[in-house]
Design a protein around this ligand. Structure first.
Ligand SMILES: Cc1ncc(C[n+]2csc(CCOP(=O)(O)OP(=O)(O)O)c2C)c(N)n1
Ligand SMILES: [Mg+2]
Length: 411
């Protein structure tokens, strides 16, 4: 007899004491379970109730977002941007995440979520500062209520929980929304963040963008969970599964989760099923671990194409609207190109300026080493310039030195 069978029924005819109350689950897990199918609005009968203004707004932001991704990727090829983890194919998640937040709320993005930061209102150039290779994040997180784009996986999650919990203790009306990838859910920080969030009932929403891969590792090789949304149940918070390419569905699910958190209802884990159409970054070759056929399947479920279908059915995709949307996106891309084509004036010594309040011995040593190298380089460059000034000038200099030396020997 298994433990579950033993728990389920008593043997007839014999006396069995009732189990202690603590033996039963403390919370009914059923309401926390995600739906069996990802929640969708586009392509369903419920799509008719989506507000027309919301549809057109979301569409315009998706088109702008796709253009931003394309432009940033092009800048990496031109050597103007060090690295860009594109969110092409994931724009619906990015745009919806930014849109459900109020001004006083906080966004905690990962390295793939530049677009969410831009959709929240951050200047498109500032948003790329870190990815350009600068030492700072390019914007004031407090001014925009956007934490720095986070490269160490999942470390933004405990930060989001801490901020949300602190805001609640202070009585501030603030919700934190943290973005993380499917791979990030295997990190210890994911566990710690969700556990604390649920125990404290912190006003925080976790959005997992499940794009199928952690670089080259497919989801099936790093998690055996029925879905990532199911993980929520183990922490005692609701899990929601949503079509990550359906912008209005995401807007609704995330909006509900954020408002629930705001009312003191505690955290929610939302898993959005989506796909990364581009390679992991410009430094990755995705053809080594996935097929073109798989990418093609997801292109058929493209977030922009889905919206265009709905807008067409409603007669909202007019030529004028499409043209205005495209023009706006082109304008943003042109401004981004112009800014990024200017060479920034960088001081290599800045590398050491903001690491610690008091520099460590190693840092001082490295600083001195770099300073010496830069000075030597500058001296070499000066010599080269002198040489380049001409052979005749070089002869004069040599003669002058010889004469000087000879003169010193004369007396
Ligand atoms: C703590 C930590 N470990 C490893 C890495 C290296 N790394 C960078 S991206 C990545 C894959 C992350 O995949 P996922 O969370 O699914 O996000 P995606 O890139 O798909 O958006 C890994 C392992 C890292 N940045 N941080
Ligand atoms: Mg991933």
């Amino acid at each position: 007899m298994t433990v579950l069978e033993q728990r389920a029924g008593r043997r007839s005819g014999s006396y069995w004491p009732a189990p202690p109350p603590a033996w039963r689950p403390r919370v009914d897990p059923a309401p926390l379970l995600p739906d069996a199918e990802p929640y969708r609005l586009l392509g369903t009968d419920a799509a008719g109730r989506i507000d027309a203004g919301l549809l057109t707004d979301l569409y315009a932001q998706l088109v702008r977002g796709r253009r931003y991704n394309a432009q940033a990727t092009a800048l990496t090829r031109q050597g103007r941007l060090a690295v860009y983890p594109s969110s092409t194919g994931q724009e619906a998640c990015q745009v919806a995440a930014a849109r459900v937040l109020k001004e006083q709320d906080w966004l905690f993005p990962s390295y793939r979520d530049t677009l969410a930061a831009v959709a929240r209102g951050l200047d498109p150039v500032q948003a790329l500062t870190l990815l350009r290779g600068d030492w700072h994040t390019g914007y004031d997180p407090h001014e925009h209520r956007i934490a720095p784009l986070c490269t160490p996986l999942a470390t933004q999650l405990p930060h989001a929980v801490g901020l949300a919990h602190a805001a609640r203790l202070k009585g501030d009306d603030v919700v934190a929304l943290a973005l993380v990838g499917d791979g990030g859910t295997s990190e210890g920080d994911f566990h710690e963040a969700l556990n604390f969030a649920a125990v404290w009932q912190a006003p925080v929403v976790f959005l997992v963008q499940n794009n199928g891969f952690a670089i080259s590792v497919p989801l099936a090789k790093q998690s055996a969970a029925p879905s990532l949304a199911h993980k929520a149940v183990g922490y005692g918070m609701p899990g929601r599964l949503v079509d990550g390419n359906d912008a209005p569905a995401l807007h609704e699910v995330l909006g509900e989760a954020v408002e629930r958190a705001r009312r003191g209802g505690g955290p929610t884990l939302v898993e959005a099923l989506t796909y990364r159409i581009e390679a992991h970054t410009n430094a990755d070759d995705a053809t080594r671990y996935r097929t073109e056929a798989e990418v093609e399947e997801w292109r058929e479920h493209d977030p922009i194409a889905l919206m265009e279908r709905e807008l067409t059915e409603r007669g909202l995709l007019t030529d004028d609207f499409v043209q205005r949307t495209r023009d706006g996106a082109e304008e943003m891309a042109a401004a981004l190109r112009d800014h990024m084509n200017q060479d920034p004036a960088l001081d290599p010594m800045d590398l050491f300026a903001h690491v610690y309040a008091e520099r460590t011995a190693q840092l001082r040593e490295q600083e001195a080493q770099l300073r010496a190298e830069l000075e030597a380089e500058a001296a070499d460059a000066e010599k080269d310039e002198e040489k380049a000034a001409g052979g005749a000038a070089e002869g004069d200099t040599a003669g002058g030195t010889a004469r000087g030396a000879a003169g010193e020997e004369r007396p």
